[in-house]
Ligand binder design. Sequence first.
Ligand code: NAG
Ligand code: NAG
Length: 318
Amino acid sequence: MPGAVRLRDCEILEKIMKRQAEDKRLYGAISMAPAITLLPWGLLTRKRTTGHPAFFGKLPTFWAVKTNIQISGELTTSRGPGTSFQFALSLAEQLFGETTAKSIEEFLLLRDGYQNPKNKEFNSIDWSLDHTPRVLIPVANGSEAVELVSIADVLRRAKVDVTVSSVERSLRITAFQGTKIITDKLIGEAAESSYDLIILPGGHTGSERLQKSKILKKLLREQHESGRIYGATNSSSTVLHKHGLLKEKRTTVYPSESDEPMNQQMIEGAEVVIDGNVITSLGLATVTKFSLAIVSKLFGHARARSVSEGLVHEYPRQ
Ligand SMILES: *[C@@H]1O[C@H](CO)[C@@H](O)[C@H](O)[C@H]1NC(C)=O
Ligand SMILES: *[C@@H]1O[C@H](CO)[C@@H](O)[C@H](O)[C@H]1NC(C)=O
């Protein structure tokens, strides 16, 4: 919300966007930005528009539509964080055509069979705590930005105390695809505290670099030995496996990779697998579900559902 207001107050941006619209080039806005930023600039005039449900009432009534994505001439609008993949894919389709958009979609998100199997839980134990849960998210150059940002964002919305920590020499890391991210602490400083959960985001080269961190290895060992919770998405399950922390634990695995299993306990195609104090997930496409599963284990379904409403993410009734 403050972000959309600050964008609105930037005169240079206003000029750029107005020129963009006058020249009939593509422009777009998501979540609160259609109502808070584009509307006062006069850029929604005679456009069908959608936006975040909490701000829907502010959109011009006759032109407001309750869809996830709305394309109206050069303008594309979308509802919120939970529809941002669809929003990005729609822009890719408008820029590069349907074939390109479809191939990105298949690669990133919705490969056949991944939507069907849902969460699986084995050896269920209680994760609830009598204090604010403290979560460490260690990251490295090459970590998957969407995974690390989504996990931190969803957990912070749920009022978890999150520390994002760099295993590199600098607080600043270069995530996969070149996105720069400023972390909260270096791993050495982070290691002075203990955490209720340690979660490793994926990204192939990032995972390899996480695996090389001796400090992280020690933290993960302690986590395992004291029975506290840990988990990983995508390629970072390998880090846990290589440190011997997945013995007897069931984990997720992509269906196509099941020919060469890391261990005997892989649950093929499941989006999120919880086995006692260990949680794993496939990756980009499933990271919001993964994060909401953590929220649900820590605080119950009601908290997870209310966080998912803010995200405009569909959360199953339970
Ligand atoms: C990791 O990324 C940071 C920040 O962009 C950069 O300064 C550093 O050189 C990178 N480290 C390696 C080993 O590539
Ligand atoms: C996740 O990991 C597998 C290999 O471990 C890889 O094929 C896939 O592209 C990765 N990325 C995503 C987006 O899940």
